[in-house]
Design a protein around this ligand. Sequence first.
Ligand SMILES: *Cc1c(COP(=O)(O)O)cnc(C)c1O
Length: 505
Amino acid sequence: MENNKIDNNLLFLTEDNDAKALYTELISGVSKAIADVFTNEKAYIGLSPQELKQKIHVDELLPKQGLGLESVEKLLNEKILPFFLRTPSTDYMAHLHGPALIETVAAELVLSTFNQSMDSWDQSPVATEIELEVIDTLCKLYGYGSTVLHDETVLDKVHPDGVFTSGGSQSNLMALMLARDWYCNTKLNYDVKKFGLPQCYDKFRIYTSEISHFSMEKSAHLLGLGYNAVVKVPVDSKQKMDIVAFKSLVEQDIAQGNIPFCAVATVGTTDYGSIDDIQQMKAICAEHGMWLHADAAYGSGVIMSSKYKDIIGPIFVCDSITVDFHKMFLMPVSCGAFLLKDASNFEALTLHADYLNREEDEEDGYTNLVGKSMQTTRRFDALKVWLSFQVRGQQGWDKIITTCIDNAQYLYKKIASSSSFETVTKPEISSVVFRFIPKRNRDSEEYVNELNKKIRRKLIHDKGIVIGQTVYDHKVFLKFTLLNPRMTHEKLDSLLELISTIGSE
Ligand SMILES: *Cc1c(COP(=O)(O)O)cnc(C)c1O
């Protein structure tokens, strides 16, 4: 940046020409510095935690006199940018957190420059209208609100709705809270919003598979139910909920006087991507008057693949759906949505404040989204979805998601046919869990566990390759989470070879 142009008193982008010039220069300088960091395909520079601490340290984080705007690039270049984990690299496949599509990065710039808050229309006029349109499109995408016969008996005519959230954990908490309030309102004729928890609350039970996301327990705790209210249903060999066990656990609980009010189908488990059988779970929920929530934080992206979309099942029969855009959908953190089959259930979250969301606003056509959200101030994340849906279209999205799932299928085939590796289950989405089995020492579990841990560490620090690790049946497994459509079959071959080489050293 040319020093003579810097005015360190400058605070914001405004109509002033100097402000415009500086904004443009600062942003283009930073974006060039970011681009310059991408010098190779490595995901990580390899530094240990101690080395990293030294690199990023500054003596005075809050100096008496600021270093000024001209220091922005230098600071970022010296202290931050080279050390970032580079998620767009095909050497990164550790978690369900992926690279961010380039147009959604541009959207982030737009939304933070204007810094709207989504709570009331007067804080975010265009943002509110865009979020409404995106939510409408998402409801249709997942099959809500259409007048098709969703199951044998019910013609689905209720009006769906939804809201953007900070991600899957928040969406799941909302689901369990709204399910609770719905159950109390409709089955016990009791208003939790007004009176707090009902007397029989300690009998309330939630059913979800034993490998569902830990946000189930966290939410149960937050809702005053506690971990013990979450009944963990065993999974079968494909890592899907055992439906027979689910049914008998519900019946057993009813016989003991407990109150099953909600079940959660995981549409893509965090480790394996396995998908619970929604149709069968719905039948049991319908029989016992229970809410069914779909935690599709991972699997929500599968809907975009014309080849694979049927594997997620009839997700529209669920009363609510968690959708995450910062996982398979490759958008910047944070970006999630919560969809609700019957909008009237949002009533549990509505509260009118005179300064914020006056009742007369709604009557006059001003939508104040705070009435649907647990947050008050909230980001305009919907812009990322809006822009990328427009940019990529159905075809672009189909290609992205299908490529990732195809890659997982390819990798699984290779691993399953090799005597050097062992797998847990065939992947349904894009996560492949496996471990290296050395030719010698086949008997010592301890040795194989340590060897697989060592492989992962060596990959990070010697090669800049970041993969996942998990435990199945007390054994250490490695995991490739294949969210990057740039990954190729050749690259997967070479990664397996590298793992074999390290493992055989
Ligand atoms: C990641 C994940 C979550 C949590 O979502 P966040 O966006 O990280 O809060 C919930 N459920 C499942 C199945 C997940 O994989």
